[in-house]
Design a protein around this ligand. Structure first.
Ligand code: PMP
Length: 375
């Protein structure tokens, strides 16, 4: 039977209690949301919604084609200039998703004969970029600059080092300064994914590379998503103009993909303008994370000290993690649940988002529910 083998996989997933399901979210939910990636609470901000609406009115519901044909509007160009200026890079290129941006950066900068050194904790989109790239990938231990140095030393020729800046599972930070040093010793490029850093880390949310003094560097390329702090959808690559020109000419997920929808570009631009005017939002997300962590730890929960706006709480088993998240939901709290196969180390976790717009009372309530439903 066609696709017969998928039934065996489905049975195995059911046996392990690891079936994934899609659950539509009501537009107006009574749940306290610590599950979304809306770090700055901007996705429903009136200016962001207006940015999307106005862009759709002006440019239509879709971008109508690939960026190199009809899919580039003045709005795309303005967004790229604004993102580059904000993050401190010479140029930027906007994609239809952060996933596409990562595939583009890794494949276009990791050609045949090159070495791609990739952190074992990297996001799936970077891993898939490595799989698609023609260069040879070497996976190194998590956040281990010495292992990176060794891998680079053993290779003659072009090389890049690829890492998340803030890892999506535990919310811990990559050792960016040490990675940049290792790259410089060996003439390698550094490609970092700042999906969870943009809008949260660095002065006014300019991101982890900015905080590490790497913004605008000749040998540093940053990718990010517009779907988290910027409350929209889409992705971006930031870097030297010659790298961005190279992506325009060589990155297949840029060339063969339809351009970002105007409404998404308009929303992201409005969110960026808001963040420029209200830089304290970034610091507030970090404060909320610190407060969540302190309260969780005081309640005896096994939380990981946050480096950005992600707070992870370890659970005893995948089944109990799923149950815990479901019990939180019943008690009015939405939390994320990370479990195998999405976690490389096999440890299941609740994943909490420290949104900048959470009040002290909401933080207290969230921690109380998590404590009371603990397995
Ligand atoms: N990188 C990281 C670290 C992410 O967490 C995500 C989103 N989950 C992505 C890339 C992909 O971004 P997007 O959702 O915009 O495709």
């Amino acid at each position: 039977m066609a696709f017969g083998w998928i039934d065996e996989q489905a049975r195995a997933r059911r046996r392990a209690g690891l079936v994934r399901t899609l659950r539509p979210r009501p537009a107006d939910t009574p749940l306290l949301d610590l599950a979304s990636n809306d770090y700055l609470g901007l996705t429903r901000h009136p200016e962001v919604v207006e940015g999307a609406t106005e862009a759709a009115r002006t440019w239509g519901g879709g971008s109508t084609g690939s960026r190199l044909v009809t899919g580039t509007t003045a709005l795309h160009t303005e967004l790229e200039r604004a993102l580059a200026a904000f993050c401190g890079f010479e140029a930027a290129l906007v994609f239809s998703s952060g996933y596409a941006a990562n595939l583009a950066a890794v494949t276009a900068l990791g050609p045949h004969g090159s070495l791609i050194v990739s952190d074992a904790g990297n996001h799936a989109s970077l891993i898939d970029g490595c799989r698609l790239a023609r260069g040879e990938t070497q996976v190194v231990g998590h956040a281990d600059p010495e292992a990176v140095r060794k891998a680079l030393a053993a290779h003659a020729g072009a090389a890049i080092v690829v890492s998340d800046t803030v890892f999506s599972v535990d919310g811990d930070r990559a050792p960016l300064t040490a990675l940049a040093e290792a790259c410089r010793e060996h003439g390698a490029g550094l490609v970092v994914d700042d999906a969870h850093g943009l809008g949260v880390l660095g002065d006014g949310g300019r991101g982890a590379p900015y905080a590490a003094g790497l913004a605008g560097a000749e040998d540093v390329v940053v990718t990010a998503t517009l779907s988290k702090s910027l409350g929209s959808q889409g992705g971006v690559v930031l870097g030297p103009a010659r790298v961005i020109d190279h992506l325009v000419n060589a990155a297949r997920t840029f060339i063969f993909d339809t351009g970002l929808a105007p409404a998404a570009a308009g929303a992201a631009l409005a969110a960026l303008r808001l963040l420029e005017r209200a830089p304290e939002r970034a610091a507030r997300a970090r404060e909320v994370a610190a407060e969540l962590y302190a309260r969780l730890t005081a309640a005896g929960l096994d939380a990981v000290r946050p480096d950005a706006a992600v707070v992870s709480v370890r659970a005893p088993s995948p089944e109990r993690a799923v149950r815990w998240a479901a019990d939180c939901r019943t008690a009015g709290l939405a939390v994320g649940c990370f479990r195998p196969p999405s976690v490389p180390d096999g440890i299941s976790r609740l994943r909490l988002t420290a949104r900048a717009d959470l009040s002290g009372a909401e933080i207290e309530r969230a921690v109380r529910v998590i404590g009371e439903t603990r397995p």
